[in-house]
Design a binder for this molecule. Structure first.
Ligand code: NAG
Ligand code: NAG
Length: 523
């Protein structure tokens, strides 16, 4: 009987949510981008969908419904440099907005190239597949949107960094430049006149260069690699605009509240909210026995703490040595600096599990979104040293929300470190705010990953859910911005004036004619 009920239940579940075949395109090589998305891909596979992932990071023991198509994993720096030439990551700080964007366009093209160069991808493209859905990361991978067209499947875009100006622009979500900052913008006061002026420039620069220089290159790439499909192919911009969903790794409880179309969904924290795993024994002992608490420093996977300049490193170590707290420091190099005895070095820490330990009092990092969200979930205050990309704005939000401080790399010295670290360790406000923000970040009907899965299955159930897409997509630039209507109204307002002034000038000339005639008669 029980078996029968279970079978019936399973049947019901199965028909309510039929297993679909999903292609998840997430080949970007940076680890944080992969880690931000793999739980979602894996979760879809665990729920019975057949997931094909184009990726550069191999899972060793995935569910049987998870198939991997491997792309060579190169560092983003390989787009420019050989191994010996690689610059110190902190030199990114000297780049202007435009220079950083220009780097990203090159890195983007390079990554798209890598995907098409992969022999596994080439074989996969020749196989016979039918997909119900294609998911792409929305991050400099536009030529890969053509997969959705090849398989005639609805497209879902996922950002690993929150809201995106380009993502808004293509899908016709209002840009809201007064309040919604460009993801790579830097301004200490985004709402000020200078802040908004800068934002206008950031958005304009990005959209202009993307449209006229970057996209044409990716367009050519897509045209070349999908030339066997029936012509003409849709443009990549059309494909981006036609996305059924844009899932954003942000949430209004910690990010700028923004107006979104119904298919723009905030799924902030796509990392699976699992219970923390037990720590390695030695680390557990260090953390448990740190009676005065622990400060944890890690600049993530891209930025290595050994890249810190000598004087800055010495500043950190000097100030750490004065603390009563234990300090955990991610240190990747084999040569170990002279460290105070309360400092523990490791090449790698299980970050999420370390942050969850009750003795952690402060996290020092660069403000990459992944680590930042982990810190927020754990309710730990953060001292951020932003290096590139969205990190500045991420840290600025923690300052505004009261659980973080921002220290610019150029201002790192012993004295500033001592002041800010002591302030954050002694003033209770940071911890209180961190807990408050943590609670509100988690307080929602469904966590990020369940929300994302629900919407993805919704789009599958409704075969692309075309009804969710804004009618603005059918309008041209002039119509969407109402320029034709404004022009019409201006003309309409001008007509009476023109008519009136014509009549007046007519009267005037009649009058002068009469006067002239009178004059002539007199003569
Ligand atoms: C991909 O292959 C093309 C043609 O062989 C080559 O020119 C290009 O450098 C390769 N790109 C990458 C990123 O490996
Ligand atoms: C847009 O997507 C829908 C599915 O969501 C698809 O039926 C349609 O063909 C797509 N249009 C273009 C121009 O790609």
């Amino acid at each position: 009987m029980k078996a029968l009920t279970t079978t019936l239940l399973l049947c019901l579940l199965y028909t309510a949510n039929e297993a679909a075949k999903i292609l998840y395109v997430m080949p970007f090589t940076a680890a944080s981008h992969y880690i931000s998305q793999k739980d979602l891909a894996m979760e879809l596979a665990k729920r019975g969908h057949e997931v094909y992932a184009i990726t550069s990071h191999k899972e060793v023991d995935p569910p049987t419904t998870y198939h991997q198509i491997m792309v060579e994993r190169k560092s983003v720096w390989d787009a420019f440099f050989t191994e010996e030439e690689k610059p110190n990551i902190f030199s990114m700080l000297d780049l202007s907005f435009a220079q950083f964007q220009n780097l990203m366009y090159v890195i983007g093209k390079f990554n798209n190239d890598l995907v098409f160069n992969s022999t596994e991808v080439q074989t996969f493209l020749k196989e016979d597949h039918k997909f119900d859905l294609v998911i792409n990361e929305l991050f400099f991978q536009e030529s890969l949107y053509m997969f959705a067209h090849k398989y005639q499947a609805p497209l879902v875009l996922v950002t690993t960094f929150g809201n995106s100006v380009k993502g808004n622009f293509y899908g016709r979500n209002p840009l809201q430049l007064a309040t919604v900052y460009h993801e790579y913008g830097v301004s200490p006061d985004p709402l000020s006149f200078i802040g908004r002026l800068s934002n206008f420039y950031y958005a304009l620069y990005d959209l202009f260069v993307t449209k006229f220089f970057y996209m044409p290159e990716l367009e050519a790439l897509a045209q070349h690699h999908f030339k066997d499909l029936s012509q003409p192919l849709p443009s990549l911009e059309q494909l981006a605009a036609n996305a059924s969903l844009v899932l954003m790794n942000s949430h209004f409880s910690i990010d700028t509240p923004t107006a979104y179309l119904p298919n723009y969904i905030e799924v902030g924290c796509l990392n699976h909210p699992k219970e923390p795993k037990p720590l390695p024994k030695d680390l557990q002992k260090v953390l448990d026995s740190a009676k005065n608490g622990v400060v944890y420093l890690s600049f993530g996977s891209n930025v290595q703490s050994k890249d810190l300049s000598k004087d800055r490193l010495e500043g950190f170590l000097k100030v750490f040595g004065e603390l009563k707290e234990t300090v955990l420091m991610k240190w990747e190099d084999d040569s170990v600096p002279n460290i105070p005895k309360n400092v523990v070095l490791r090449k790698w820490f299980p970050q999420k599990d370390v942050l969850a330990h009750p003795n952690i009092k402060l996290f020092i990092g660069h403000g990459g979104l992944l680590g930042l969200q982990e810190t927020i979930v754990a309710g730990v205050p953060i001292l951020g040293v932003p290096v590139f990309g969205d990190q500045y704005l991420n840290i600025l939000a923690t300052v505004q929300n009261g659980h973080g401080e921002l220290l610019e790399y150029k201002n790192i010295n012993e004295e500033n470190l001592r002041t800010v670290i002591n302030k954050m360790l002694t003033n209770k406000r940071y911890k209180e705010k961190a807990l408050e923000v943590s609670i509100r970040f988690k307080d929602r009907p469904m966590n990020g990953i369940d929300t994302a899965v629900w919407w993805i299955e919704y789009v599958i159930r409704h075969k692309g859910a075309d009804f969710i897409k804004t009618p603005a997509l059918k309008l041209g630039f002039i119509q969407y911005h109402m320029l034709d209507v404004y022009l019409f109204l201006v003309v309409l307002l001008l007509v009476p004036f023109i008519v009136l002034s014509k009549i007046l000038s007519l009267f005037k000339s009649k009058k002068t004619q009469l006067v002239e005639k009178k004059k002539q008669k007199k003569n």
